[in-house]
Design a binder for this molecule. Sequence first.
Ligand code: GAP
Length: 456
Amino acid sequence: MNQKDKMEAIISLCKRRGFVFQGSEIYGGLAGTYDYGPLGSLLKNNIRDSWIKTFVHDVDNMFLVDAAILMNQRVWQATGHVDSFIDPLVDDVVTKKRYRADHLLEEHGIDANVMTVEEMTAIIQEKGIKSPDGNALGPVRKFNMMLETKVGAMEDSSATSYLRPETAQGIFVNYKNVLDSMSPKLPFGIAQVGKAFRNEITPRDFTFRLREFEQMEIEYFFHPEQPWEAMFDMWLEKQKAWLGSIGVPAETLHAYEHPDTARAFYSKKTVDFEFEFPFGTKELTGLAHRTDYDLGKHAEWSGQKLTYFDEEQKKHVVPHVLEPTVGLDRAFLAVLTSAYREEGEGENARTYLAFPKHVAPALCAVSPLLKNKPELVAKAREVYAMLKQEFGRVMWDDNANIGKRYRRQDEIGTPFCVTIDFETLEGENAGTVTVRMRDDASQKRVAISDLISFLK
Ligand code: GAP
């Protein structure tokens, strides 16, 4: 199966089985937005929980915050987002459709990473590059990606706010609050998971490039004199190990270090993990050394002291930061595409999602072999209640016949199906159930009394 077909099959499975729907679908959609359905929400939540466990609970001196999406407009003036959070935009002069100029150039093998808009315009003219519809392109312009809104009843400029384009600034503006309330010693981190918004010129590739998405970010503050290289490598390894734990194989990840010319001027080093998505190898995570740029700017604009008192040196310092970041929607897509399997032919053909157990929307499904046999249903309900109480992520499934149930549970990535059959009720196998394994379709009889430890 080629990669394009694979992507189409995944998108169709997502809709058919309740993982992801087009945003505002009954009104024809809204570009760059997707809604997560019942199973997609559970999968996304499990990925988020796993990130919080790995990057917050399992790390010393890590503090989670949940800042407001709407922030004082001066936050974004201070960081430079108002002036320079821009993408290069170009119009098709005939259809008026808009494109990312750097993406069009990339499709012609030209790396526009470090080019100014004037340079992009010149190269488009020189090479006679046309729009995807074959028309001439206008001059390349700067387009600010922040989504502006008004807060309160006043309509003047003081009411201007923005839907935050990154969660990171909600962390920096709370640096002092966390320091004052938790009294951490350097190095320490502040983590945040939440929505971010960017008015992307060309949202595309399913949940890869969205206008509304979710980020999971950390700012890890350390003493400016502390050597940072080993710490940087540690975070890089941690990101890779976490991706591995949620089912994204290391061999599908490629570290990309931003060259000096393409890096933000304040960053000492930036390394992304790019993942082999079916539509190309593209950015999944980032890790940046942001120096003291953000704290410095917020101190300057807010007039507040955003320093740290070093007891040993008896002086105030401005910490530097390392910033590991990942988009939750991209992680979701990487997990989904890594888990997707098709095997067998004809009647034996099956599709399954080989999610690791802790990220699968349901750990197991419980079924009576036949739903019109009250004695089977009663026993199955008992087993279901027991497992549900223990694991929570347990599904009741009595739709259609057992073969179809297995196919459906395979498609939604449920690792185990537990079936209560006649043998459960009497005979030498009384008190046992059939457990069917998703990955190799094998079956095993397990005593109900051993079921919880078996599934664990
Ligand atoms: N605070 C740093 C920052 O925001 P970024 O590389 O612009 O850096 C971080 O974004 C991560 O957020 C990316 O690695 C990506 O996973 C995710 N992301 C960025 N833009 C996105 C979009 N339009 N749709 C979905 N995810 C996005």
